[in-house]
Design a protein around this ligand. Sequence first.
Ligand code: NCD
Length: 357
Amino acid sequence: MRSLINITDLSVEELYALMDKALDIIAHREKYSESCKGKKIATLFFEPSTRTRLSFEAAMLELGGSVISVSGAGGSSVTKGETLADTAKVVSCYADIIAVRHPLAGSARNMSKAASIPVINAGDGGHFHPTQTLADLLTIYREKGRLSGLTIGICGDLLYGRTVHSLIDAMSRYEGVSFVLIAPNELKVPSHITEKLTTLGIPFEETTELEDALPRLDVLYMTRIQRERFENPQTYERLAGCYILDARKMRSAKKDCIVLHPLPRVDEISTDFDADPRASYFRQAENGKFMREALILKLLAEKDLPAAEENVYSDPRFKCSSKKCVCTHERGIVHEVYYDSKGTLRCAYCDEEISED
Ligand code: NCD
């Protein structure tokens, strides 16, 4: 069963094919209006969402399909103690495809192992958010005309910002891409991401200074400081508002440097920049719906193909103990691990390091 858990479950060729499909949907909306007739998507959102849930639902409705949904942490039997695996099995009896958002890293992967229908990861804690990346890729492709040869600045909460992790994984596969990672020291990208960049030989620099980096960028991806992921609210208060992009600062950027943001924004982009043609974030939100349409069509058409292959194994000695991972909350889960290219043992659900002692 094919699912979308990480953006790297899709090859570069498949991503181009999805973008071509989305562009065809944009050009010929009518042609697709009955493509999913009789099909249902289940949207299971255990965390707040506006864009992602509504764009999945709008996407399915525009394809002629229908929607069943659970939203809010209190809205399902998970609050009665049901495992996510059981929920996935049950929902597989009612729907043809699942989109799930959950606060624990690895939750979508766990559900995809139990489901008998495709599962789409609509955000698993601070880990990954591959369908936001689909929106990001189409926006860059439409507005810059290419995905290669770009200097991409990513600014804000790079530790907990799941959209950032999926975007880096995706853009790392295009030639001539380099990253400028702009974050306070407390919110730098996790090591499983920087280790991959180093192994692949992709140029990146880490800095705390937005204004110094700005003139060099082709794309600037702003993000919100993820208040809900902080264990200590005082740390959030100290870091909130650390980067604010506005029309004045953007005077030093290239004339064709586009600004993306997965939204929602808090105060990291001033509204005085919204009217600038380089402000791409609302177009990005619209692109997300078309990419989700293309993805739903693909996964439903390919549901009988095998899942993406993974080089993981389980060994009772190695167990993930991260509080943010589904492994430490889900009864009966089979822990799985892998060695990264540097030989570090990591959890296959959340990618955090596991001690071998
Ligand atoms: C993002 C998310 O949920 O991770 N939002 C979205 O899906 N567009 C970004 C965020 O919440 O900051």
